[in-house]
Design a protein around this ligand. Structure first.
Ligand SMILES: [Zn+2]
Ligand SMILES: [Zn+2]
Length: 258
């Protein structure tokens, strides 16, 4: 593993450790590139508060901290500044506008809710509804078609408890759509480490058959997660078992200037 584009900071309220510790562990692990992609701030309407992401007021500190570390460690590692971003149709343009003054290298999609988050069901809650699975797939593909996302994090986050038969068609549509748009999928190592429902074998068998590019993402919320050999081995075992095409790196997509 030479790159990791999925690293958090305590600004999202559920990660720990200083940015510097993530950077130093990444250097020790031999990574060439470390990308931070903390949960992006969103501008919601009214007084809704989203508790698992930084606030708009924290962007400046996030960016400045990482710019200083990039300079300090430039001989040892390529440090990139990104966001893990939801595609919420109602707020996406405002979001792009908000981040456009900052030197953001890339965004990845991490779709935790369908709709626009407020009042919506978390994708990690179990559901056997094909309609909800289809909604998830359609919203993800609509988001990827904006051309803004460099990859799709934990594409298999939706906790669908229905049959393999019911799962197959919508998720094949997701894989084929992502492939057509040339957007790689992530095999999420936090899920491997925690034994979450993702990465999910039935999903990656489909991705393997469709021939998607798949990249490993550590999704580090603790510095010591970068980089654990046993987690890496288990991720590789799953990828091999599913016939997945693992790639070492992805093409980062520039963001539109608003
Ligand atoms: Zn997180
Ligand atoms: Zn994440």
């Amino acid at each position: 593993m030479i790159v990791n584009y999925h690293t958090h900071t305590p600004r999202c309220h559920h990660a720990v450790g200083q940015e510097r510790e993530y950077v130093e562990n990444a250097i020790r692990a031999g990574l060439k590139t470390l990308g931070f992609a903390d949960h992006a701030p969103m501008v919601f309407e009214g007084d809704y508060y989203s508790n698992f992401r930084m606030t708009p007021a924290e962007i400046e500190g996030y960016v400045n901290t990482l710019l200083a570390l990039r300079e300090e460690y430039k001989k040892d590692i390529n440090l990139l500044i990104g966001f893990e971003t939801e595609y919420y149709p109602k707020y996406f343009d405002k979001y792009l506008q908000m981040i456009s003054p900052y030197p953001i290298d890339y965004i990845i999609m991490g779709q935790h809710f369908v709709g626009n988050e407020i009042g919506a069901r978390h994708n990690y809650q179990p559901t056997d509804s094909v309609e909800q699975l289809t909604e998830y797939v359609d919203q993800v593909l609509e988001g990827l078609s904006t051309g803004c996302f460099s990859y799709l994090a934990h594409p298999d986050m939706i906790n669908f408890t229905g049959s393999d038969e019911a799962y197959y068609a919508p998720m094949k549509k997701l894989c084929e759509g992502a492939k057509k748009l040339d957007v790689p999928l992530e095999l999420n190592m936090l899920g491997v480490w925690e034994g979450r429902i993702y990465p999910c074998e039935r999903f990656f068998r489909i991705a393997g058959a469709v021939g998607n590019d798949v990249i490993l993402g550590i999704d580090a919320h603790q510095p010591q997660r970068i980089l654990e050999e046993d987690v890496l081995n288990r991720a590789h075992t799953l990828a091999d078992k599913c016939g997945v095409h693992l790639v070492d790196d992805v093409r980062l997509r520039p963001l539109p200037k608003k």
